[in-house]
Design a protein around this ligand. Structure first.
Ligand SMILES: [Zn+2]
Length: 283
C-alpha cells in the first residue's frame, strides 16, 4: 500500500548529497610520471584471449598491461590478483566508492581488505571521450559482476558453461595448477572493460547497451605491484542484447604486457605502503 508522504517530505528530500569518500585527500600518485613511462614502454608479451574463453597473464611490478579490442564490439571481464599472494585481489566495491562507477585515466584499482592497496592505475583509455551518455551509461564499469552459471540457471533454468565466471575459474585453475573448485573461490567481481552500463533513472536497475568499442580500442594500466590478471572475452559479445548464451557474435581480446624503459621512481606515501595493521583492535 503506498505510504502518504510526511508533511516535511520536501524538506527531507531536498537535503544536499555530499561525496562519501574524499579521494582528493589520498596521498598523491604521480599519474603523469606513469603516462610518460608508458609512452616509452615496449611490448614484451602478447596473450590472446579467445572468444567466449579466458586467459591469465602476469605483469611485473612497475610494468604496464594494455587490453586491446582487435575487432571491436567485444566486452571483457577482468580479474586482478597480487601475483605473490592471490588472497589480495581487486575490490570493486571500494574502487567504486573511492573512484567512480566507471573508471578511466587516472583512476586506481584498489585491493580488498585488509590490504587496500592500489593494484593498478589506468594510464590510457581510447574510450575516455565517451564520458556519460544521455542514459547515464558509461564504459569500463566497476558496478556489475561477471556473468555466471548460477544466476543464469536461477533466471532461465539453463546450463551454460562459458560464462565469464566459469571462464575465469578454468583459466586461473590452469595457470596456477589448482582444482577448479579451489580456483573458483578466488574469482571475484570484475572490471567490465569496454562494457557500457548504468542504472535506469526511474528504478535504478543495472542496464547494459552495446559497447562503443571498435577495432583498435584499448585500455592500459600501470601495475603498482606484481599482478596476476585474468580476462574473459564475455559470451555477451558487445553486450547489447544478451549474455550467458551463444546468441551474440563474439570476438577475441588481446593483452599486451609492456616493460618500462627505466624503472619509475614512484615513492609512495607511507599511507599507501604495505599493509595497515592498526586501529580496530583485531590484531
Ligand atoms: Zn560475461
Amino acid at each position: 500500500m503506498p505510504q502518504d508522504k510526511p508533511a516535511d517530505a520536501a524538506e527531507r528530500l531536498s537535503v544536499r548529497p555530499v561525496i562519501c569518500y574524499e579521494s582528493d585527500k589520498l596521498p598523491p600518485i604521480d599519474v603523469g610520471a606513469m603516462q610518460a613511462s608508458f609512452a616509452r614502454a615496449k611490448t614484451v608479451e602478447r596473450v590472446i584471449v579467445p572468444a567466449r574463453d579466458a586467459a591469465c597473464f602476469e605483469v611485473p611490478a612497475g610494468a604496464f598491461f594494455r587490453i586491446l579490442n582487435p575487432e571491436g564490439h567485444q566486452v571483457g571481464d577482468l580479474n586482478l590478483w597480487a601475483r605473490d599472494d592471490i588472497n589480495e585481489r581487486f575490490y570493486s566495491g571500494k574502487t567504486r566508492q573511492l573512484q567512480a562507477s566507471h573508471v578511466t585515466v587516472g583512476d586506481h584499482l584498489w585491493s580488498n581488505l585488509p590490504y587496500l592497496n592500489p593494484l593498478a592505475t589506468v594510464v590510457d583509455d581510447s574510450l575516455a571521450w565517451y564520458g556519460i551518455d544521455e542514459y547515464g551509461g558509461s564504459v569500463h564499469d566497476v558496478i556489475g559482476t561477471r556473468c555466471d552459471p548460477y544466476t543464469n540457471f536461477r533466471l532461465r533454468g539453463e546450463d551454460y558453461d562459458n560464462c565469464c565466471h566459469s571462464n575465469l575459474t578454468r583459466a586461473l585453475a590452469s595457470h596456477l595448477g589448482l582444482a577448479a573448485e579451489d580456483a573458483e573461490l578466488h574469482v571475484h567481481d570484475v572490471i567490465n572493460v569496454f562494457m557500457c552500463t548504468g542504472f535506469t533513472p526511474d528504478t535504478h536497475q543495472y542496464f547494459m547497451k552495446a559497447t562503443p568499442a571498435r577495432a583498435g580500442d584499448s585500455i592500459s594500466f600501470y601495475a603498482h605491484k606484481a599482478l596476476l590478471g585474468g580476462l574473459s572475452a564475455c559470451p555477451g559479445g558487445n553486450c547489447g542484447s544478451s549474455h550467458s548464451d551463444d546468441a551474440t557474435p563474439c570476438f577475441p581480446l588481446v593483452v599486451e604486457i609492456l616493460a618500462a624503459e627505466l624503472p619509475l621512481s614512484l615513492v609512495p606515501d607511507e599511507r599507501l605502503n604495505g599493509r595497515y595493521s592498526g586501529g580496530h583492535g583485531l590484531r
